[in-house]
Design a protein around this ligand. Structure first.
Ligand code: ADP
Ligand code: ADP
Ligand code: MG
Length: 451
């Protein structure tokens, strides 16, 4: 592999360029008008304007991207995350053009992109799934009948949903009837598919996911877990590894279940198996993400491996750099904080120009950012400014460094969620590691009441 096109933008494009440079692989970037001045455009060996700012007219233009890749003579395309990364049509067309797709096969993407289908696959492989309907529910009456059997509260979910969009918790029959059509409509509008199903809502649950990796020689390993339960709008804000407050015995079973899940689909390249874990440490399969995850640096920090490097090698037909599970170790503790240009109270995006930016110089802090001082965070894309990854020998030393970091950073010009981090780091549920997926919203409510 000598030349790679990156079909993405911002921090993840930069992240991929970094590893390619290390491996002496040439990089081709694509960019939309709004991104012209971002660092990834300068850092790539070559960069091409692909279209106007809207993603439909630029980063999602499958045929234009592939035409460019052919013209530039690239060997492979890395899709990053979001955008086209889980689009099986794209993966298929890339391979048909004789270019390597850095990810799983189009068939796996299809199979796992559908939550109903992936639940069925996992059940067949004896991986525990969240109790719920095996198939989609077609009418309100069908939904009500199924929910009676499952028991409330239930989660009404779009089968092709993602990014926290297309799901709602329903406390009772009335709520289910009320939301049924709107979730269907939303699913149709966002994902072009109105299939919905029901899951039991796991109260006081934790989101714990496992990084897995497979190659084309039949090897599959896990790279431990990440706890991603600090969420707002069912979307992650802080992730950490190892998962606090999770017994070793349960962890070992969870890791094995993830490997079983990957084996069930003969998985290739990087993937994540997401579970929801209940108060008794029972875990249930939620979904599988067939791409590199936003929070992959957490895993890189505890294992010491470069996951993009692994992705490139696997795509090139090589074996996994390590195939013996026993040789993959996790040391210390890592946390990732997603810094967003958003209002810390309403979570609404807050685009604008970063007038002044100084990350300070706290030790053991890694910044993965798509922006520099003077760059604009535009309304066209995800408003994440940076990922701050902090490593400590222990969880408490990582938290201590995080406190120091967030008290010294300067970021002006846009509203960010940094004020939220500075205070939530001191919240008891975070400090003692017992937090669930509702901890952050609950804590914000309690702060309001105090005032
Ligand atoms: P992760 O599980 O890696 O944290 P997220 O679910 O937060 O991933 O999504 C990763 C990126 O992909 C984000 O930029 C998010 O906005 C985007 N994304 C995820 N799912 C979708 C989707 N179905 N449609 C559009 N964007 C999505
Ligand atoms: P997405 O594709 O949007 O990432 P997921 O199915 O992974 O959707 O769920 C996202 C988040 O929603 C989870 O991390 C969790 O916080 C919450 N969630 C989803 N399903 C359930 C459930 N059955 N019970 C409790 N919480 C859930
Ligand atoms: Mg998910």
């Amino acid at each position: 592999m000598k030349k790679v096109l990156i079909a993405n933008r911002g921090e993840i494009a930069r992240r991929i360029i970094q590893t390619c440079k290390k491996l002496h692989i040439e990089t081709v970037a694509i960019y939309a008008e709004a991104d012209e001045h971002l660092p990834f455009v300068k850092e790539a060996d070559s960069a091409f304007l692909i279209g106007p700012s809207q993603v439909q007219q630029s980063y999602l233009k499958i045929d234009d991207i592939i035409d460019l890749a052919i013209r530039e003579g690239v060997d492979a395309i890395h899709p990053g995350y979001g955008l086209l990364s889980e689009n099986s049509t794209f993966a298929k067309k890339v391979e048909e053009a004789g270019i390597l797709f850095i990810g799983p096969t189009p068939e796996t993407i299809d199979k796992m992109g559908d939550k109903i289908g992936s639940r069925q696959t996992m059940e067949a492989a004896s991986v525990p799934v969240v109790p719920g309907t095996t198939d989609g529910v077609n009418s309100i009456d069908e939904a009500i009948e199924a929910a009676r059997e499952i028991g409330y509260p239930i989660m009404l979910k779009a089968s092709s949903g993602g990014g926290g969009i297309g799901m709602i918790r329903c406390e009772d029959e009335q709520a289910l009837s009320q939301h049924f059509e709107s979730v269907k409509n939303r699913a149709k509008a966002y994902f072009g598919d109105d299939k919905v199903f029901l899951e039991k809502y796991i109260s006081n649950g934790r989101h714990i996911e496992v990084q897995i990796f497979g190659d084309t020689h039949g090897n599959i390993v896990h790279l431990f877990e990440r706890n991603c339960s600090v969420q707002r709008r069912n979307q992650k804000v802080i992730e950490e590894s190892p998962s606090p407050n999770f017994p070793d015995e349960a962890r070992a079973r969870l890791l094995q279940a993830a490997v079983d899940a990957a084996k069930a689909v003969n998985y290739r390249n990087a993937g994540t198996v997401e579970f929801i874990v209940d108060e008794q440490n029972q875990f249930y399969f939620l979904e599988m993400n067939t791409r590199l995850q936003v929070e992959h640096p957490v895993t890189e920090e505890v294992t010491g491996f470069d996951l993009v490097d692994w992705q490139l090698k696997v795509a090139d037909g090589e074996m996994l750099p390590i195939t013996n599970q026993q040789e993959i170790l996790s040391t210390g503790h890592a946390m990732e904080f997603r810094v967003y240009a958003e209002d810390p109270k309403t979570f609404f995006p807050s685009p604008g120009t970063i007038q002044s930016l100084d990350w300070g110089n706290v030790e053991d802090v890694r910044i993965d950012s798509g922006y520099e001082q003077g760059n604009a965070v535009t309304p066209y894309y995800d408003p994440m400014i940076a990922k701050v990854i902090i490593k400590g020998e222990t969880r408490s030393s990582a938290i201590e460094k995080a406190r120091k970091f967030f008290s010294t950073v300067t970021l002006e010009g846009v509203k960010t969620n940094i004020p939220l981090f500075t205070t939530f780091l001191d919240a008891e549920v975070f400090m003692d590691g017992t937090y669930t997926t509702s901890a952050l919203p609950n804590w914000l409510e309690s702060q309001k009441e105090e005032k």
